[in-house]
Unconditional design. Structure first.
Lengths: 320, 94
């Protein structure tokens, strides 16, 4: 947590909020960001911040001390007058120029062992307190929760697999991972990064981070599971007479044999040319025929089409 | 190393860091699943370690009682199933 963050700001309440308002604000945040409710990697830190803030502000006595002395109130001995403390703090800053201090600098306070609640201090330092004060008692270390984040892959990346660096940013902190993408990963599949999830408290093991794979829409390819669909544009005479066409696929160029009499929408299946499958049969590639005509005809083309129209008795709207 | 498929109560207690009596109580409350063999011994699958950790986190984070934790975990599991189904439907609709 950034040092400048104010506990009231974290809970989103004004400084004069009632104890009920503080509790209500905290309960709302806890329900939103508890790591078992919200799997976003940033949620856990928000939850811990809110818990720490609530820990302090829910108790009128610690709240009073927080109001008087700020974030470091635990280091201020009991019974110190806030005014004196403030003057002392200001004095410490000004002393360099002012020469002789009034004798009330921070050095004037001595720390005896009883002054600091070690438990509070350690809890605050390690962020290991999970929730309200004392509620963890008797539970010992608690393993961290699993988290989930999305990564977007191109169709080509899903096809080839391989190493990829993934950066997750949440609340200003960025974490980078080198992730091995298995070849043939499909949309909606989860890649597990062991131990990269929520932090366990008191040395308990961390949760796992799951990367939920999203395949980005592609201008040419459409995926259904591991089956790959690609448009195959044909001239009318190619579709009518049959031909062999070179087609780009994520796995390289392939030759597609188009049988004569192919209409738009016909799917030519290339078995095993879809996404590979680490655990079995690869998907298929379907080349979907789409017949294109020239938007402008040359004189010769027009003559030939007119001749075809006169000769042919083919009616695409009949039968079916 | 081959991991044992099932954990005894003692092994489960060590791995989860909880007292065996507390674990028995959580089983009785239906918060974690266990198999009881003919001799009356409790056995756990490894997956229950994650379940018991979630019970701990929810109890610590919300000061819930055990009955409420049972309800919350059931609802969270149902939501996870529904969200997965929704994602699947959205993918197919794309």
């Amino acid at each position: 947590m950034a040092d400048g963050d104010d506990f009231y700001q974290i809970l989103g309440v004004p400084r004069d909020a009632s104890q009920e308002d503080i509790q209500r604000a905290y309960r709302k945040l806890a329900r939103t960001y508890h790591p078992d409710v919200n799997h976003d990697p940033g949620a856990e830190d928000r939850f811990k911040e809110a818990s720490e803030a609530y820990d302090v502000l829910s108790d009128p006595e610690t709240r009073r001390r927080y109001d008087a002395f700020g974030r470091d109130f635990r280091q201020v001995p009991e019974g110190v007058d806030p005014e004196t403390w403030r003057r002392a703090q200001a004095g410490a800053g000004a002393r360099a120029g002012a020469g002789a201090g009034a004798g009330a600098g921070p050095g004037g306070f001595s720390f005896s062992e009883g002054d600091i609640d070690l438990d509070d201090l350690l809890g605050g330092l390690f962020g290991s307190r999970f929730g309200g004060r004392g509620s963890r008692r008797g539970w010992g270390p608690i393993p961290g929760a699993d988290q989930e984040a999305e990564i977007e892959l191109t169709v080509e990346e899903a096809y080839r697999g391989g190493r990829r660096s993934v950066t997750l940013s949440s609340d200003g902190t960025r974490r980078s991972f080198d992730v091995t993408i298995p070849a043939g990963v499909t949309d909606g599949q989860r890649i597990r990064l062991a131990g990269q999830g929520g932090r366990g408290s008191d040395g308990a093991r961390n949760g796992d981070l799951y990367l939920l794979v999203r395949i980005a829409p592609h201008p040419r390819y459409r995926l259904d599971g591991r089956d790959l669909f690609v448009e195959l544009r044909l001239a009318p005479w190619e579709a009518a007479l049959g031909t062999s066409v070179a087609l780009d696929t994520p796995g390289g160029e392939v030759k597609v044999k188009v049988p004569g009499g192919t209409s738009s929408g016909r799917r030519i299946r290339l078995a095993g040319r879809g996404l590979p499958n680490p655990k079995g049969k690869a998907g298929d590639l379907y080349a979907e025929a789409r017949i294109m005509v020239p938007s402008r005809l040359s004189r010769a083309e027009r003559r030939l089409f007119e001749q075809l129209a006169a000769e042919s008795n083919f009616d695409p709207r009949k039968q079916r | 190393m081959v991991r044992a498929a099932r954990l005894s109560l003692e092994e489960f207690a060590v791995l989860s860091g909880l007292h065996p009596d507390l674990i028995r109580r959580l089983v009785a409350l239906g918060l974690i699943e266990a198999y009881r063999d003919p001799a009356g011994q409790l056995w756990f699958s490894r997956g229950e370690l994650a379940a018991v950790a979630r019970v701990q986190r929810l109890r610590a984070g919300f000061a819930l009682n055990y009955a409420a934790i049972g309800l919350v975990t059931d609802l969270l599991d149902r939501i996870a199933v529904l969200e997965a189904a929704l994602r699947g439907a959205q993918r197919r609709g794309r």
